[in-house]
Design a protein around this ligand. Structure first.
Ligand code: KQY
Length: 369
């Protein structure tokens, strides 16, 4: 039975591990809403299938799908992937799924953040979002894990941790008035400390240019291992991303993590710039309450939005001119893992990428004495 606990992970000795630590599996959701995914979600479904298949080569994958799409998802996904019925408003498991936390005695629990579709009625992306907000609890029931219901709004894509006391996040997202307007920066830091069990919050400024999540860190910067991060980068000073990445680089270079380390920052070339085409925009249904998709809009494309699996890194292919260099860099950064590229444009058209549609379940382990 899954209990909802009154305490918090810090008090109970649980911490969020780094994504680079071993996994027990990965969760995803199934895309179908026609006002976000073009052509009734068919191209996105093919992209999600490719991501699930690539991750399944590294660790067990489970996909939550609404009842009406169950047969379709089951038919399209590889037999090794577990398909279970879960209702959701869209398919961003990173943001609506639980953030798993572990202790040193093999315990595994989940934090269920409050969710408001990236901004609620002040710039959020759709209404309603009640089914999304209920996803984490369902995943925790299936995993048989106890649950912390965090008393504030946060999405999993807004945080990256090193598992050793440090979280990296962005001011653009976490200090945005459309998330937790009643909380000061200090109060948000205290909540991150309690629910992730960290000591140090490293604040970056803005996320990737025009990122509709209000600047999630998972599109900008990711941990390679404790003390080392990879940052999306352009050398083109006329590109709006240049100032954003340069500012993040400077903040990282002057920060110290919870262990007193300085960061080693690896720059990863950005794709494009990439823009939506007329055809792509025309394939998305208009709907009241949903952010419309328009042609010619620059997308928040980044190779940093990869999944860091136990044996494989699964990264988006986004730009034939840059994919090779990006994959070579990731191979150099993760020598112990296979780096697999999967076409990412259809996921990007929905507003995120591979990291945003996945959520790792860490392997619960006892610490060696
Ligand atoms: O960046 C993410 N973690 C999610 C992207 C959500 C986009 C919704 N259209």
């Amino acid at each position: 039975m899954t209990r909802t606990l009154d305490s918090d992970p810090r008090r109970d000795g649980y911490r969020m591990p780094g994504e680079f630590e071993p996994h027990a599996g990965c969760w995803m959701l199934w895309p179908e809403r026609p006002d976000n995914w073009r052509l009734g979600g068919k191209p996105a479904q093919a992209a999600f299938v490719a991501v699930a298949a690539a991750i399944a080569g590294s660790e067990p994958v489970s996909v939550g799908v609404a009842a009406a799409q169950y047969a379709n998802a089951r038919r399209l996904l590889p037999p090794a992937v577990r398909v279970v019925e879960i209702s959701s408003n869209d398919a961003w498991m990173r943001d609506v799924g639980p953030t798993f936390v572990v202790n040193d005695r093999g315990g595994l629990r989940g934090v269920d953040w409050k969710f408001n579709a990236w901004g609620g009625l002040e710039g959020g992306l759709y209404f309603p979002w009640d089914k999304d907000d209920a996803v984490a609890q369902r995943v925790l029931e299936i995993e048989g894990c106890d649950r912390y219901r965090a008393p504030f709004i946060l999405e999993g894509g807004a945080i990256h941790v090193d598992g050793q006391g440090t979280v990296i996040t962005t001011e653009e997202c976490l200090l945005n008035r459309n998330r937790n307007p009643g909380l000061s920066r200090g109060e948000i830091e205290q909540r991150l400390q309690r629910y992730l069990n960290v000591e140090t919050v490293v604040w970056l400024g803005r996320g990737v240019h025009l990122d509709e999540t209000d600047g999630h860190v998972d599109n900008l910067c990711a941990y390679v291992k404790p003390g080392e991060v990879v940052l999306t980068w352009t050398d083109d000073r006329s590109d709006p991303q240049y100032e954003i990445s340069r500012d993040a680089y400077e903040r990282l270079m002057t920060a110290r993590d919870a262990c007193g380390r300085r960061f080693k920052v690896h720059k990863l070339v950005q794709p494009g710039p990439l823009h939506t085409t007329d055809d792509e925009a025309a394939g998305v249904d208009a709907a009241a309450g949903t952010k419309p998709r328009e042609a010619g809009v620059r997308m928040a494309a980044s190779y940093v939005n990869f999944y860091l699996g136990t044996k494989r890194v699964v990264a988006p292919l986004l730009d034939s001119k840059r994919d090779g260099a990006a994959l070579r860099k990731l191979k150099a950064l993760f020598p112990g893992r296979e780096v697999v590229g999967v076409p990412g444009r259809e996921i990007l058209l929905g507003g995120g990428n591979i990291h945003c549609i996945t959520q790792q379940v860490p392997a619960a382990r006892t610490r060696r004495k």
